[in-house]
Write a protein that binds this ligand. Structure first.
Ligand SMILES: Cc1cc2nc3c(=O)[nH]c(=O)nc-3n(C[C@H](O)[C@H](O)[C@H](O)COP(=O)(O)OP(=O)(O)OC[C@H]3O[C@@H](n4cnc5c(N)ncnc54)[C@H](O)[C@@H]3O)c2cc1C
Length: 365
């Protein structure tokens, strides 16, 4: 019997595991895949969670954050215009290949029993919980589901096949001679592509590395070259790129109202709710909700509160502190899909009034 089982070893699962283990809990962390691995993501880590990330990573991995490219600017390329905004304080750009592996190692170093290539197939009970996995069964007093956006464990049956539009995520790294430290979002009908340097060219060294990550409707494009061809400025920019990694993709991408708890199981990260990727907050929400879940479970694990109290507390704090990010992102999404005749004058206003743009960006944080 463990104190806590966590399903999924991404940023949400490792954040919960490290926080709970440091608080003295016996934690079992189960991950279907194997680290290091590339992951579809823009790799923009917003400033809101950099303090928490510094705290979660152990000393051996401190250089990951110290050496990360800082992103103080965002540029939106839409309808032939470029709207610029300050990212203040700056975000960090960290390849998921490195970030997820560093968090996984930090969990092990914090005393977590962390097992890779271990797929959880089903959950039974409502506290204690029993899980059936590829390698047998395990039991715990509490359970955190950090299995991501789309796993067999958190797919609501009612949503199967009910979505008309299928959206894909695709990403790869490319060599680029000269990049500016900016997150550049190229919008086109049927999606967008984000481009951001994950390492910059240094004097006399090889070219820098950029991450290109797209969210696109499946009937519009299914490869990155097809995506690049959909935006004139991106087509031009990508002409000189050389691929540095194989593309990875994921599907479907579905937005739904966040659900922080299900039958006594604390849902964290994308398993609780998937936020629009262009706001660049998914990793931050994952880290914050993971650590919040561990903190809310601590009194229960210490015998000072019931599981029902712990889950109720998590639900309340999640709704107060994390739900506003979902609301802000859906407001921006609504603006981007406005008819072009309404959107154009709005973009003109934003392009010529940086103060208004910066204010709006601040309001989304
Ligand atoms: C196109 C795109 C661009 C994005 N860009 C950004 C960005 O720039 N910045 C940002 O902050 N966010 C971005 N995101 C969102 C971000 O990637 C996610 O929010 C983040 O990965 C969520 O972390 P997580 O730990 O909840 O889930 P994940 O990182 O998905 O981790 C879940 C883990 O659970 C494991 N798992 C699943 N099922 C099981 C099972 N049954 N048993 C065991 N293990 C299991 C998986 O293998 C996986 O490792 C983007 C997303 C997309 C699609």
């Amino acid at each position: 019997m463990h104190d806590l089982i966590i399903i999924g070893g991404g940023p949400a699962g490792t954040s919960a595991a490290i926080s709970a283990a440091r608080g003295g809990a016996r934690v079992l962390l189960l991950e279907r895949g194997r680290f290091p691995r590339h992951k579809v993501c823009g790799e923009f880590v917003s400033a809101e969670s950099l303090g928490l990330l510094t705290n979660l990573l152990d000393e051996q991995h401190a250089d990951l954050l110290r050496d990360a490219v800082r992103i103080p600017q965002a540029r939106v390329f839409l309808d032939g215009r470029i709207v610029q905004a300050l990212v203040d304080p700056p975000a960090a750009s960290i390849a998921r290949l490195d970030l997820d592996a560093a968090l996984w190692r930090s969990a092990i170093n914090a005393g977590v029993d962390a097992r890779q290539q271990f797929t959880v197939k089903s959950i039974a009970g409502s506290g204690p919980f029993r899980i059936a996995a590829s390698d047998g069964e395990c039991e715990a007093r509490a359970l955190v589901n950090a299995s991501g956006r789309w796993s067999t464990l958190n797919r609501p049956p009612a949503e199967n096949g009910t979505h008309r539009e299928k959206w894909l995520g695709i990403k790869a790294h490319f060599a680029e001679e000269v990049s500016s430290p900016s997150v550049d979002l190229y919008f086109f009908d049927g999606g967008y592509c984000g481009v951001q340097p994950v390492s910059l060219r240094r004097d006399n060294a090889s070219a820098g590395r950029v991450n290109a990550s797209a969210m696109v409707r499946a009937d519009v494009a299914s490869t990155l070259p097809e995506v690049f061809a959909l935006h004139p400025a991106l087509r031009e920019r990508s002409r000189g790129w050389t691929a540095l990694s194989d593309p990875v993709s994921t599907s479907p991408l579905i937005f739904r109202h966040p659900q922080p708890e299900r039958e006594g199981v604390l849902m964290v990260g994308d398993a609780a709710g998937f936020v629009d990727p262009f706001v660049g907050d998914g990793i931050s929400l994952a880290l914050r909700s993971g650590s919040l879940a561990a903190n809310c479970l601590a009194p229960f694990l210490a015998g000072d509160a019931s599981l029902a109290d712990a889950t109720a507390r998590y639900r309340t704090i999640y709704q107060q502190s994390l739900l506003p990010v979902f609301r802000a992102s859906s407001k921006i999404r609504r603006m981007l899909v406005l008819p072009t005749s309404v959107r154009r004058p709005l973009l003109f206003l934003l392009e010529s009034s940086p103060a208004i743009t910066n204010y709006l960006v601040r309001k989304t944080r």
